[in-house]
Design a protein around this ligand. Structure first.
Ligand code: ADE
Length: 476
């Protein structure tokens, strides 16, 4: 990821990150941090960049032209996500960090003095963000806070991949208390359960501690957590048909946008995906009005929703004549769920996580979702290859939203149990995380159904549809 910071104090950002984990990631070229001095773009011979506000008032404002020229110097006028740090912005959250972590390039604009001329903000800024209800002297510290929170989610930045998954704010709960050696300190003993070696009990104890702590200090978060729990319990009554929603909630990905009885709209911000099920056309239409505008994909559970989203509903759109069109059907799938808790045997012994050196191999064999998509999966560390004599002969992985898939085995190595081994391996990894493995198989792909059913996955009785936003000509 490329990060540009437009500021009057570039050295503050550069020095600030130098010795940190983020600075190390920059050295390893996992991300680039580029400070741009707005003063270098001053039109004034004294390098002046500020002036008095029209209409009077305290303090000075940054002028539009130097800010605009600094922004132009990095974007060349391209539509790059540009974040202006301001106490008047949307509060920064973990889910915003997750969404921004998916961008290739970000620009942070740091204000100083009393702010920046409004007109240049209107021409450059895509997001106005605040890091809290207090006022700082400038946007540099807020930008650093945001960069730290975003960068640590980029695969490879944190040494231990799992640590980003278990911490505070994952699944709306605060983190449980942690202990290290010595076992007794100031007469305080480490809780017995943590020394027991019983991982299931330890996980239960930690969850309970997290819940109690969150309930006490963050009742707002706890309410959100409880609501998700209630919805998950309800969906579990029809597990196979709603496994996509269940797992998205459980894995801490989905937000509830709407839930009233059988009408449910969830949003996974990090893959810009809405999952929707509606009891009637009327409630479906109502819910769609609440779907985030930036939604790239929908998973729908009813055909009438597809008609609305594809804009072919015509009179169906109601009196207001509103159409939610702009999407097209990508595929229709059954869902398959691995309902047991026991890991599967993996016969093929050489299965390894794939790295960027395998991108060409995977990209040339799996074209369904495009090369960029495959690249992102490898970066995330969720693609696995089966190897024979050190050469890959097949692969499988986990999709963006968490279902199993991206399966391929070389012609010459088919019917030797490699696909079964690859999928079993990924099922086991998923179980280790405490999740329920599931997949989605396109209607008619009998070969894949046979494989899933052989592995013990159960098929849903209804289908879901994937819809994708229709790209305008020229858009990537
Ligand atoms: N600039 C000054 N105070 C700020 C805050 N709380 N959040 C973001 N930017 C700021």
């Amino acid at each position: 990821m490329k990060i540009h910071i437009l500021t009057l104090f570039p050295e503050m950002i550069e020095k600030g990150f130098q010795s940190s984990i983020i600075g190390k990631a920059a050295q390893k070229e996992i991300l680039s941090l580029h400070g741009v001095d707005i003063r270098d773009y001053s039109l004034d011979k004294h390098n002046k960049v500020d002036d008095y506000p029209y209409g009077g008032g305290a303090g000075m404002l940054l002028q539009a032209e130097p800010v605009f020229n600094a922004w132009q110097s990095v974007t060349g006028g391209r539509a790059v996500r540009t974040i202006y740090l301001t106490p008047q912005g949307t509060p920064f959250t973990q889910s915003m960090a997750e969404e921004l972590a998916g961008e290739e390039e970000l620009v942070f604009l740091c204000g100083h003095y009393e702010g920046i001329d409004r007109r240049v903000l209107e021409e450059t800024v895509t997001d106005y963000v605040s890091i809290g209800d207090y006022v700082l002297t400038g946007g540099e510290l807020p930008a650093m806070v945001m960069i730290d929170a975003v960068a640590r989610l980029i695969p490879g930045v944190l040494g231990n991949e799992s640590s980003a998954e278990e911490e505070s704010f994952f699944n709306d709960l605060l983190e449980y208390p942690q202990y290290t050696r010595p076992e007794v300190w100031h007469n305080k003993k480490v809780p017995e359960i943590l020394l027991s070696g019983d991982h299931r009990k330890i996980a239960q104890w930690r969850l309970e501690k997290s819940r109690r702590l969150t309930e006490k200090v963050r009742p707002d978060l706890y309410e959100k957590y409880e609501r998700k729990q209630r919805l998950t319990d309800r969906l579990l009554k029809d597990k196979r048909n709603y496994i996509h929603m269940i797992e998205s909630l459980r894995r801490g990905r989905a937000e509830i946008i709407w839930w009233e009885g059988e009408d449910i709209l969830l949003y996974d911000r990090s893959c810009k995906l809405c999952m929707i099920t509606a009891a009637s056309k009327e409630s479906g239409r109502l819910m769609l009005a609440y779907a985030p505008k930036e939604t790239e994909s929908f998973v729908t559970s009813q055909v009438f929703l597809n008609e609305m989203l594809c804009g072919s509903g015509g009179s169906d759109m109601g009196d207001e004549g509103e159409s939610y069109g702009g999407y097209e059907i990508h595929c229709e799938c059954y869902q398959l769920v691995y309902t047991q808790k026991v890991p599967l045997p993996v016969k093929h012994k050489d299965i390894r996580q794939l790295t960027m050196e395998h991108l060409d191999y995977v990209g040339s064999r799996y074209s369904y979702d495009g090369r960029e998509y495959v690249e992102a999966r490898i970066r995330e560390g969720v693609m696995y290859g089966a190897f024979v004599e050190n050469a890959p002969v097949g692969f499988a992985g986990m999709h963006n939203e968490g279902s199993l898939g991206l399966l391929y085995v070389e012609e010459a190595y088919r019917r030797q149990g490699i696909a079964v081994s690859l999928e079993s391996y990924i099922i086991n990894r998923t179980l280790e995380k405490g999740w329920t493995p599931y997949g989605q198989v396109i209607v008619g792909n009998e070969e894949s159904f046979a494989l899933q059913e052989k592995l013990g996955l159960y098929r849903s009785d209804r289908t879901v549809w994937w819809l994708e936003k229709i790209k305008q000509k020229g858009q990537a």
